[in-house]
Design a protein around this ligand. Structure first.
Ligand code: G
Ligand code: G
Ligand code: MN
Ligand code: NA
Length: 254
């Protein structure tokens, strides 16, 4: 079976699950969020990594459907937590630029939030930088609409794409996610350290917070704290967790 056919069957058969990777404020060590990440177990293919099937889904024109399923699952989960008296931290959801460009995206998202009784501040949308630049004016308009609704936006994999710094000043963005390749180069590569320092300084000059991904060691953490990177996620804290494990980390509501 091809990946594309497998993905179609998985969409039909509701075979996707969502895991949550905790995000921390580095200085205080406090849980401030989580990234929702999709997982796919296929009866024939076994566990397929998103790094394989997300590109395949993009090619097959299925990424919007899959992201939509993830979005629905996350909103339903947040609603369930809130019903049980838990106040989950902000959940970041990966969104394709393609999806953002669909007419009615923001309206539909707001409607779903309302239906589920989930406040806009409970989620954050993660977008990768490359595709946003293709239509900078359209992107700016869309981000402004999201900002008006109180929905935060984060730029994922920052530093790996075109990283035109000037476009950032035109977009209402709340957070930059420093790509893990830079974090993993902290110990050995002066160039990677310099890029992190430059990203943090530039972000702060624009009033944007920074989250580092892929933190695996104490020395990476120490460097990032010293350079005033606000937040982070990575194996040092937790791997992506199934719902039952993640919710144990949510402190009881006051
Ligand atoms: O979780 P993992 O490291 O295997 O993910 C690999 C890549 O797949 C990451 O870049 C991650 O952002 C992406 N990914 C994971 N879940 C989703 C999702 O729900 N939607 C999209 N578009 N990408 C995802
Ligand atoms: O591109 P995106 O930021 O969405 O990718 C997040 C991916 O990175 C997830 O698939 C997650 O499993 C993976 N990841 C998260 N933390 C670490 C880490 O500390 N080390 C490594 N190697 N991968 C990580
Ligand atoms: Mn992401
Ligand atoms: Na990333």
């Amino acid at each position: 079976m091809s990946l594309g056919a497998g993905l179609r069957a998985a969409i039909e058969g509701d075979r996707f699950r969502v895991v949550f990777q905790p995000q921390y404020r580095l200085e205080a060590g406090r849980l401030v969020g989580a990234e929702a990440l999709v997982r796919w177990h296929d009866p024939e293919l076994g566990d397929v990594s998103p790094s394989r099937f997300i590109p395949a889904a993009e090619e097959a024109g299925l990424i919007v459907s899959i992201n939509d399923i993830v979005m629905a699952k996350v909103l339903a989960q947040i609603a369930l937590w809130r019903m049980r008296g838990l106040e989950p931290p902000r959940i970041s959801i990966n969104v394709a630029a393609q999806q953002l460009r669909e007419p009615g995206f923001v309206d539909q998202l707001c409607r779903r939030l309302e239906q589920q009784g989930v406040p806009a501040g409970a989620i954050c949308l993660e977008l990768t930088e490359g595709t946003l630049l293709e239509d900078i004016d359209g992107t700016a308009r869309m981000f402004e609409r999201l900002a008006r609704q109180g929905i935060a936006v984060s730029i994922d994999d920052f530093g790996t794409g075109y990283s035109s710094l000037s476009y950032l000043s035109r977009l209402p963005v709340h957070e930059l996610k420093v790509d893990q390749s830079f974090v993993q180069g902290i110990a050995g590569e002066a160039g990677k350290r310099s890029i992190i320092v430059a990203i943090v300084e530039m972000a702060h000059a624009l009033g944007i917070e920074v989250l580092a991904e892929g933190i695996e060691t104490e020395s990476q953490l120490a460097f990032l704290k010293e350079r005033h990177c606000e937040m982070g996620q990575g194996y040092l804290f937790h791997r992506p967790l199934v719902v039952e494990e993640f919710e144990k980390l949510i402190p009881p509501a006051r």
